[in-house]
Design a protein around this ligand. Structure first.
Ligand code: LLP
Length: 423
């Protein structure tokens, strides 16, 4: 829950706004984002990683207002498509504070990035280097980082581990020499540093320390073999949060302190100057600031379990189906019976796998029309939402100081129909 969440009567208020009021005004499902919480989290990162040290990963969630908050708080942004870049620019973030990622950047993505003047392009592979160079206008120079795979297994689920040897992102550290040669063959590419991203929802510091150690070794190797002193090191994102009460999250201050110490020691050992360090948190900035509110459509008691069927589901939150993600939903909007029962909260979609929360406690008197809120919903819900079953995507509402403000309107059936241009 956002730090501002208060239980008042039977309802929960976030930033002084009752969730039931948000549901009444904007309908359900509805995503609620606590602006003060987002800003505070961004500020904590800025404090501990410094200017040019934090690139928010737009893939977690993005919209113009969010970009403006983060830009205000001094963050840059990691984008991985022309679309994410567009939102960053529309939100007022200067292009030089963005960096472009991607295992398969399209020529359109790259042209948009070059035209806007993105600060860095993170090259995923030697072929990517050739592609970027081939698209740069004559005489232009682009600062680039190389994405490497340190061979570390970290992340909450195999589907979000991106630093193990057998996955598609980046280039193995063992192949760094050939990668550097390919980049240096292009005079238009200015190699300024290295990048790695371990995975997502990592709740321990040790894998990051290991990454710092491995990457310092690679920096030394690049200096020794190529005579190149690289001044930047980006260690990606993946900082975990609590999705349920009592779960651990990664402490930003601890992480920053341990990383800097590890990096300094490793660089000292290699006789290297410590590079400028940056990180790319997504979930840890917005995840805890978001709540999604559903309305109960149907209650179904079967001999096996009690289903609470809500008006959203895997189209607005595919995380349980994809990663087995677990949540702690709660009833909001009225005073409930004290006793609890074990239920399974499912969505409206036509699949047995559309389970939002299995075997969770909810009040014994839960019934159709009730509101059910899921905390820790600010990251990778809206951004991964689909139109499965031609269901329009929910709106995003910002709350602050007792007021609610629509950031992203609800999609309409007309919106969906607009793209269907055939006969
Ligand atoms: N940097 C890079 C290069 C990334 O690929 C990612 C996430 C991040 C930073 C930010 O990671 P974060 O701090 O948000 O964990 N859809 C999954 C998470 C996928 C993460 C993909 N890359 C989920 O819902 O758990």
């Amino acid at each position: 829950w956002p730090r501002s969440a208060r239980t008042v009567g039977g309802d929960v208020r976030v930033a002084g706004v009752a969730l039931a009021d948000v549901a009444a005004t904007f309908g359900t499902p509805v995503h609620v984002l606590d602006e003060t919480e987002v800003r505070a989290r961004a500020r904590t990162y800025r404090e501990h990683f410094g200017a040019d040290g934090v690139f928010y990963a737009a893939k977690a969630f993005t919209c113009r207002a969010l970009v403006r908050w983060l830009a205000d708080e001094g963050l840059g942004m990691d984008v991985c498509s022309a679309g994410e870049l567009r939102t960053a620019l529309d939100g007022g973030l200067p292009a030089h504070r963005t960096l472009l990622h991607g295992v398969a950047k399209s020529p359109a993505d790259l042209r948009a990035a070059m035209e806007a003047g993105v600060g860095r392009i993170v090259l995923d592979s030697p072929d990517d280097a050739d592609l970027v160079a081939s698209l740069l206008p004559a005489g232009a120079r682009q600062q680039v980082l190389l994405r490497l795979v340190p061979g570390i297994s970290a992340g909450a689920h195999p589907k979000v581990r991106t630093a193990t040897p057998d996955q598609q992102f980046g280039t193995a550290t063992a192949d760094v020499d050939g990668f550097v040669d390919r980049v240096l063959a292009h005079r238009s590419l200015e190699l300024v540093g290295l990048h790695c991203h371990l995975g997502s929802q990592i709740t321990e510091i040790a894998p990051y320390q290991e990454a710092a150690l491995v990457m310092a070794g690679v920096l030394a190797r690049v200096r020794n073999r190529h005579g190149l002193v690289l001044r930047e090191l980006d260690l990606g994102g993946g900082h975990g949060i609590a999705h349920r009460p009592g779960e651990p999250g990664l402490d930003v201050a601890d992480l920053a302190r341990c990383l800097r110490r590890e990096l300094r020691d490793a660089c000292d050992a290699h006789g290297l100057r410590v590079p400028h360090l940056s990180v790319e948190p997504g979930r840890a900035v917005v995840g805890p600031a978001g709540v999604v509110v559903y309305r109960v459509a149907v209650l179904k008691r079967t001999p096996h379990r009690t289903f609470v069927v809500v008006d959203g589901g895997m189209s607005d939150n595919p995380r349980p189906a994809l990663y087995g993600a677990q949540y702690a939903p709660r009833l909001v909007g009225r005073v409930a019976a004290g006793a609890q029962q074990t239920v399974t909260v499912v969505g409206r979609h036509c699949e047995t796998g559309d389970v939002l929360a299995a075997d969770v406690p909810l009040p014994v008197d839960v019934r159709p029309g009730d509101l059910i809120a899921f905390p820790a919903a600010g990251a990778y819900h809206v951004s991964m939402a689909s139109n499965y079953n031609a269901v329009p995507r929910p709106p995003v509402v910002a709350v602050r100081g007792g007021e609610a403000r629509l950031l992203v309107r609800r999609e309409t059936v007309e919106d969906l129909g607009r793209r269907d241009v055939g006969r």
